[in-house]
Each structure stands twice: as C-alpha cells, then as structure tokens.
Design a protein around this ligand. Structure first.
Ligand code: EPU
Length: 338
C-alpha cells in the first residue's frame, strides 16, 4: 500500500480546487480497501471517487482513500436483460459508452454525467427523465466500522431525488465497491420526453430513435449548456431544485406567470433553481475567479485558481440573494466539505 503525504487533491475534484490531504492512498480492489481501512493511520477516512460532487472548502484533515476499483462484468443474463457488475472506480460515462457499444438500454439518458459509478447511487444521479434507481439492481459496500461486506438492494438504499440512505442515516458508514445494474438487451424503452431531446431528434429527422440516438441528443444538450470540467472547474448543478408547496407556487405565479414548475408529489412542486438564480440577476454573474455559468445558471464555475472558500462564499451569496428575492432556500446538491 502506497501512502503519500501532503497531496494536492486538485486532480481529484472537478472544481479543480487545490485542497491538500495530509495522508492519501489509492485502492484498486476490495481487499486493498479493507487493508487500508484496517491501517490505524487511515482511521476515520475521507473517501474520494470521481470528485465530481464535492467542494473542498479547506484542507482535508482526515486521511483520504481514493477508490479506484475498475472492471465491468456481466454476471447474469437471459434473453431480455443483463446484470452488469461495475467497479466503483469506473467512470460513469465510460460505463454508458460500454452499454451503448453492446446495445444495452437503460442508462443512455445519463450520458456525460461526470463522476464514478461507485458514487452514482449516493445521490441517485439523474438527468433527462432518467435516474440511476430505474436500472439499479444492488451494490456491494464495505462497512467502515468493522470492514464487513454487505449487499444492499433498491429498498435498502431508500433512493429519492438526488438522495439515498448514504446521504442520510448511512453517511460516512460504508464504502461502495461495486454497483450492479439491470440493463435491457431487447425491446428497448426509449425515453425522449424530457426537454429538448425530441427537438434535436426532429432536427435530425430521426423518428424512431435508437438508444444511441438518444445518447447523442443528450450529449449535444449537455455540451451546449454544461461546461466541461477539464476546461472550467465545476460540479454540474450546484444546488438542488427546491420543492415548494402548492400555496407557494400559486403566490409566485401571481407575480411570475411564466414560472416553470413540475409536479413532484401531491401538493408539492419542483422549481428549477436555475430559473430562480437567473431571475435574481445572477446568470453569468462573475466575481473574480468565481461565477454562475452563462449558459446554465445552476452551475457554479471556477474560472481560474479559485479557492474552495471563494467558491463557497460566492455560493452563499447566491443563496442569500435568492432567499431575499423569492423567500426560497436553495440547498446545495454538491457535498460541502468544511
Ligand atoms: N432554467 C432557467 N435558467 C437557467 C437554467 C434553467 O430559467 O439558467 C429553467 C428553464 O425553464 C429550464 C429549466 O430551468 O427549462 C430546466 O433546466 P434544465 O433542463 O437545464 O435542468 P435543471 O433542472 O436546471 C436538472 C438537473 C441536472 C440535469 C438536468 C437535465 C438538478 C439539480 N439538476 O437541472 O443535473 O442534467 O436537470 O435533466 O436536478 C447535476 O445534477 O449535476 C445536473 C447537471
């Protein structure tokens, strides 16, 4: 086991923040992970995967374990479907491309989501009308307390909108090592309902789209709206879309008749945080190294060498401004590591 000291995590977070870890190791399989967890130097570790959903506000005092477990394997199949077992360190988008190459349906709408497969269940990643939970079979996790191995299914994980038990009761209790998905070989259900997917398919004269066509459309939309973290540090949507009551929606509609809103559950509605930020005058607003993206107001951007503190202080200003204007609290979707 290679242990490094005083390591920059700049390459390990998509914001590109130069936070330091006092102790760092990378593990390539479950046995290495268990060995690292048992090492007294790695007590109370901070686990890092693709680093696409976190903001390091300060240096990391906890020892860092980078989960770098690879491998994509079919572990079961019948005429219609396959169960695919994926190492937690596999890049999510690489998995999407692998599935498309093999013509396995289910994750094409989730193309180009940054981050690793092992962290996808933690926040139940979603985009363009699909969510991880729709294809989830089960996962393998190692307890950080006694290093035992567990298999958790969909019910155990309690998935919600950008949420799961790993963000709540199970926070800092498990390391996910493997995720298994159920993908369809035949009779693909092609989901083109969300946003601009149908518009793009129509432009291309595609009337009977394949999963590949859908993935291409999604990639086109994402590339137009969302900055590439390799070019501009960011973490995708920085805030969750707030969920508000029917009364609140009715009151807002009095003033803003064009307010976009989507029914979430009976009596509750989701409002795009990007709209609220835009209407607060902050779309494309920049202060020094930090700003809200000009094409998608929900994306906080590092324009240069912003520190975690600068990013977080700017995000808090955005929260404050939206709160003042709309009396709505924006909750970060990204994990804030203070
Ligand atoms: N909008 C604006 N101004 C903006 C951005 C959005 O007015 O600057 C309004 C528009 O009305 C637009 C609507 O918001 O039609 C929805 O925008 P978009 O389709 O871009 O989706 P979103 O709600 O802002 C969510 C996810 C994204 C995901 C997209 C597509 C959350 C927090 N974000 O964004 O996920 O890619 O839908 O499904 O749920 C991520 O989690 O990192 C992420 C990028």
């Amino acid at each position: 086991m290679t242990v490094l000291e005083n390591v920059s995590l700049k390459e390990f977070n998509t914001f590109g923040v130069d936070a330091k870890a006092s102790l760092f190791t990378s593990v390539n399989n479950q046995l290495e992970l268990q060995k690292a967890l048992k090492d007294p130097r790695f007590k109370n570790p901070f686990l890092i995967g693709g680093g696409s959903n976190l903001l390091f506000v300060n240096s990391i005092s906890h020892p860092v374990i980078h989960i770098n477990i690879g491998g994509i394997q079919i572990i079961d199949e019948n005429d219609d479907s396959v169960i695919v077992s994926v190492g937690a360190g596999v890049k999510w988008h690489d998995l999407v491309m692998w599935a498309l190459k093999n013509n396995y349906a289910g994750i094409e709408n989730l193309a180009l989501i940054p981050g690793n497969t092992g962290t996808a269940p933690i926040q139940n990643i979603g985009a363009y009308g699909a969510e991880l939970k729709d294809v989830f079979y089960n996962l393998i996790a190692v307890s950080l307390e006694d290093y035992s191995t567990h298999i958790f299914d969909e019910n155990d994980c309690e998935f919600g909108y950008r949420d799961s038990k790993f963000k709540n009761e199970w926070m800092h209790q498990y390391a996910i090592t493997t995720v298994r998905l159920l993908l369809q070989k035949n009779n693909h259900f092609v989901n083109t309902q969300y946003g601009d997917i149908e518009k793009i398919l129509a432009q291309k004269n595609i009337s009977n789209p394949s999963i590949y066509d859908v993935a291409e459309a999604v990639m086109e939309i994402r590339k137009n709206k969302l900055p590439d973290p390799k070019v501009l540090g960011n973490s995708g949507s920085f805030f969750k879309n707030p969920i508000v009551s029917k009364e609140k929606i009715d009151a807002l509609l009095q003033e803003h008749s064009n307010l976009p809103h989507y029914e979430f559950t009976n009596e509750f509605y989701k409002i795009p945080a990007g709209w609220l930020i835009e209407k607060s005058g902050l779309k494309g607003h920049r202060e020094g190294n930090v700003g809200m993206h000009a094409q998608q107001a929900l994306v906080l951007v590092n324009y240069g060498n912003a520190t975690g503190k600068e990013l977080w202080e700017f995000a808090q200003k955005v929260q404050y401004t939206v709160q003042q204007k709309f009396d709505i609290t924006l909750d970060p979707e990204v994990n804030i590591i203070e």
